[in-house]
Design a protein around this ligand. Structure first.
Ligand code: AN0
Ligand code: CP
Length: 317
């Protein structure tokens, strides 16, 4: 594997999960692979889990790690070609990327949707410039449209906990005070469709996701109906995707907050969220603290998904 930006880069999912569980049983098994190899993690946005789990994954593989927070101590980057750079951005990304590439063997990039220009976001202009100009394998640590390391960890978590072969998995929108990207729900949908689960998406009208990610999922606007008989509830907020309301918050209805009321109609479902989560906006204290909450093992599996991905990239160097 050279680059890792979506489910399409991982190949057979069953094999990927097998490899993940194998690594989980002995996470230092490939400790020789990363000897004298350097991972550079570049963050345009904040992170707790991705930063720590990806660094741990690199250490599992014997790599060295450099972390750059673009907004803390680096020069502000101009990202558009052709701009007369007389403003507050002293460096252009077209120089910065190849310079970063010259100091490392693999690059991880976190660059959220900016909600300034829908086509720039959905064309992944930042991530793709890293792929084009760094000369290195690049993997997404959440880009504008996807968060594949998260979705892979989610898949591993579901496979570890499922009680039926083809579980009913429900992705539910939930309220949040700020506009959040669609990357997590898009990516989750893409991986759930690829895993061929019984997959349902529920959200208020106006929150329809890009049909390319919805795929064959059933969309159910009645949240209670969607939850009936579910085995896994995956909550997430996202802002509107439609052209007219792109990046906007349209609904703050706290009836959508996941609580015991909705969980009661599921088949004793597990609760999942990628974190960070706003309690009593997305999910109640009771649900996130219940024995059915998988948020901590799910986050722990981020180390495993990142180890598999970095291992495969190292094998291709
Ligand atoms: C980000 C998002 O919704 O994409 C990161 C989630 C992993 N969340 C926030 O900014 C709160
Ligand atoms: N789930 C996740 O990616 O968390 P961070 O934003 O803290 O990295």
């Amino acid at each position: 594997m050279r680059h890792f930006t979506s489910v399409n880069d991982i190949g057979d999912l069953k094999a990927a999960v097998r490899e993940a569980l194998d690594i989980k049983a002995d996470r230092f098994k490939y400790n020789h692979l990363g000897r004298n190899k350097t991972l550079m993690m570049v963050f345009f946005n904040s992170s707790l889990r991705t930063r720590l789990s990806t660094q741990k994954a690199a250490l599992n593989l014997g790599m060295n790690v450099i972390v750059l927070d673009i907004n803390q101590g680096a020069w502000k980057l101009e990202t558009e070609r052709g701009v007369i750079m007389d403003g507050d951005r002293p460096e252009h990304i077209l120089e910065a990327i190849p310079v970063m590439g010259s100091y490392c063997d693999v690059i991880g990039v976190r660059s959220f949707a900016r909600f300034e220009n829908k086509s720039d976001d959905y064309n992944e202009v930042i991530l793709n410039q890293f792929i084009k100009y760094s000369g290195r394998p690049v993997f997404s640590m959440e880009a504008a449209t996807r968060h594949p390391l998260q979705s892979f960890a989610d898949l591993i978590t579901i496979e570890e906990h499922k009680r039926v072969e083809r579980p009913k998995v429900v992705l539910t929108w939930a309220p949040h005070p700020k506009a959040l990207p669609q990357a997590v729900p898009n990516s989750f949908a893409e991986w759930m469709n690829a895993a061929d689960y019984d997959f349902v998406i529920t959200h208020p009208k106006g929150y329809e996701l890009d049909p390319a990610f919805v795929g064959n999922a059933r969309v159910e606007y009645d949240q209670m109906k969607a939850f009936e008989g579910a085995h896994f509830i995956y909550a997430k907020n996202w802002a509107a995707y439609s052209d007219e309301n792109y990046g906007k918050v349209l609904c703050s209805d706290r009836d959508w907050t996941v609580s015991d009321r909705q969980m009661a109609v599921t088949d004793n479902a597990f609760f999942m969220h990628c974190l960070p989560v706003r309690r009593n906006m997305i999910v109640t204290d009771d649900v996130i603290e219940s024995p059915n909450s998988l948020v901590i093992p799910e986050a722990a599996n981020r180390e495993i998904s990142a180890t598999v991905v970095l291992k495969r990239i190292l094998e291709s160097l």
